[in-house]
Design a binder for this molecule. Structure first.
Ligand code: G6D
Length: 339
């Protein structure tokens, strides 16, 4: 296999003086393009097949930033109920940007920022960002870095690191929309019928339980997946057939799976394209993965490795507190194979 190479190009502007850069990391079989707007994974091509939904221009990532397409989501991925939480006895009020709740770091989350970038060696690109104290209501000046690394075993490794000068909360993820059968990324869209289909994706998620919701907000309890459409412990097709709907309001997945392990050597999710024979394995040290299939572009779906939503309001959930001066570190690996 070829050694990795990185190319850098000017990828247009999102405002007068804001030029977007695109970097492409490639090992010959796996090619990953990342842009500094949103520290976004803009394209993943494996053996000539498009693995994620992508947009052709930087300004479109800005226009559709509510979809977090391929972007890093922060400071807090997922919802925080009522946009408020208490830390060490002090209440913090966050931007309420969705139905009275806080979602994905607020109106100007990390997916909307132009990050600093640098190339490290011949196989890694690092993006950094300073989120100032009080931004979207969060305490602490937060320095964040996200690096993307393509390795010889056809993996994309995403490494997150953050430090704050005040106690705060943090929950970072990446929001790629995958389809291992290949994604039609033509924009605007072609006919629906031309698109690769979710129904031909088999998915396994190593989770015995999901986070129970009241509407969109966690109750604090976990529910067993046994006997439900959330049971992906053995591989099954992703699409839920009409006759199997759990209730009338179910229009797709937007649920948090509590992972059975956080062993970075064992995949927590395996998505297999039954048409392409391409498999995407996801490894993480995070306690949960969010499966999001609703209204998704290119018939692709998001699998977001992260903490549970609304953790700052649920002491029994794994903690998302980052103490001043301490380090937040996390890693997720996406491995592509043909099998
Ligand atoms: C996430 O859980 C959320 C969704 O509700 C949201 O709409 C999407 O990101 C953009 O997966």
């Amino acid at each position: 296999m070829d050694h990795s190479i990185i190319t850098e190009e000017n990828w247009g502007k999102i405002a007068k003086n804001k030029t977007v850069s695109r970097y492409t990391l490639s090992n010959g079989e796996l090619s990953v393009s990342v842009i500094n707007f949103g520290a976004t994974v803009q394209r993943i091509v494996y053996r000539g097949q498009e693995m994620i939904f992508s947009l052709p221009e930087a300004r479109l990532y800005q226009k559709f930033s509510f979809g977090c397409i391929g972007a890093v989501v922060g400071r807090y991925a997922g919802r925080i109920a009522g946009g408020r939480f208490t830390l060490d006895g002090k209440e913090y009020r966050l931007t309420r940007n969705l139905k009275g709740n806080h979602l994905h770091g607020g109106r100007h989350g990390f997916n909307t920022k132009l990050w600093e970038s640098r190339v490290i060696g011949n196989d890694c690109v690092e993006f950094t960002l300073l989120s100032p104290d009080g931004e979207e209501g969060y305490p602490g000046n937060l320095n964040v870095s996200v690096s993307y690394h393509v390795t010889d075993d056809n993996s994309l490794t995403v490494s997150y690191e953050a430090h704050s000068d005040r106690d705060t909360v943090i929950n970072l993820t990446n929001h790629c929309y995958f389809n291992p059968n290949g994604v039609d990324s033509t924009f605007p869209k072609k006919q629906e019928s031309d698109e690769p289909d979710n129904r031909d994706v088999s998915l396994r998620i190593d989770a015995d339980r999901i986070v129970e919701l009241n509407g969109e907000i966690p109750t604090g309890r976990l529910l067993p997946v046994e006997g439900t459409v959330f049971d992906f412990r053995t591989p099954r097709k992703l699409a839920v057939m009409a006759e199997n709907l759990p209730d009338e309001s179910f229009s797709g997945y937007d649920h948090t799976f509590a992972l059975n392990h956080c062993d970075p050597e064992q995949p927590i999710a395996v998505a297999r394209g039954l048409r392409s024979n391409i498999t995407i394995k996801i490894f993480t040290d995070q306690p949960a993965v969010q499966l999001f299939t609703m209204g998704n572009p290119g018939n692709a779906f998001a699998l977001e490795t992260q903490h549970f939503p609304d953790s700052p309001n649920h002491p029994k959930f794994p903690s998302t507190v980052l103490r001043a001066g301490e380090s937040f570190r996390s890693r997720t690996v996406y491995r592509f194979s043909y099998e």
